[in-house]
Design a protein around this ligand. Sequence first.
Ligand SMILES: Nc1nc2c(ncn2[C@@H]2O[C@H](COP(=O)(O)OP(=O)(O)OP(=O)(O)O)[C@@H](O)[C@H]2O)c(=O)[nH]1
Ligand SMILES: [Mg+2]
Length: 305
Amino acid sequence: MISKLKKLKQSLSKTRDNIFGKIGRIVTGRKIDDDLLDEIEEILLKSDIGVGATDKIIENLREEARAEKVVDSEEVFSLLKKEMAEILEKNKKKSLIENGFKPAVWLITGVNGTGKTTTVGKLARYFKANGKSVMIAACDTFRAAAVEQLGIWADRSGVDFIKAHTGADPAAVAFDAATAAKTRGVDFLIIDTAGRLHTKANLMEELKKIRRVTEKVIPSEHIFSKLIIDGTTGQNAVSQVKVFASAVGCDGLIVTKLDGTAKGGIMVAIAEELSVPVDFIGIGESIEDLQPFDADEYVEALFES
Ligand SMILES: Nc1nc2c(ncn2[C@@H]2O[C@H](COP(=O)(O)OP(=O)(O)OP(=O)(O)O)[C@@H](O)[C@H]2O)c(=O)[nH]1
Ligand SMILES: [Mg+2]
């Protein structure tokens, strides 16, 4: 089995090449002047690191160069690495698994196609592998295929599965699932919801209702609202977080599809612009391709192959 870090490095290879590969190619043999800083700035912006974080990084690089602390490409790299690690570590927080209440509810939300259903399956496997009992609820009653898809994931991870017929009220399914999860005393209830555009008020109301109804069974402080962000969406992620947070709260993000994209710099923009921590990252389509987010490992994977 390959190590967690090795897998992460493989998955981030395009981002690594797009940011540091490019920077490496332009800095070699040159002195650090305004032209070079402009070129580095352009590379950072194109990799979705965001304007705020890019400005910060470039300003620090400029100052260090002025003070003649940075002169060659090695030093540019180590400064970039330090800056990114600092930004990524801003929202660091403790263990995700232990919560002390049964069941802890993870309400999984997000816009269409971000990877919610896949992530629910991966989370179920992850929690189970960590010795927890898990129940999954299919509250996407909109797409029959989604319920089937989730059933397959549940089978694969060997966890309890609650579903309803297509067209049922998703809030009613959430209520039934919360009641069953409480009765059976499982550690985690993970609720999959239908994809919805954050700009559609009626769909956001439906989501609020799912949370409200779940709160009739489970105390609010044990319901964790997790937003799934597609790592390839770029800056739109920030407005998605704001709208979902105001509807049902958002205490953690899961950023998916970081494999295969050259724009994994989005993780830096998220940390710089939002105060919500990233709990997990999705780095592939199979059930094992979910990792707890670790800022140090992420930076290391971005810099070294
Ligand atoms: N490469 C890659 N693909 C992923 C990842 N997570 C999800 N996907 C793919 O993204 C596509 C959509 O995934 P779903 O889990 O169905 O997304 P969803 O958010 O449930 O979609 P809706 O319910 O329609 O809103 C599928 O093809 C998944 O295999 C990931 O981390 N990496
Ligand atoms: Mg889905």
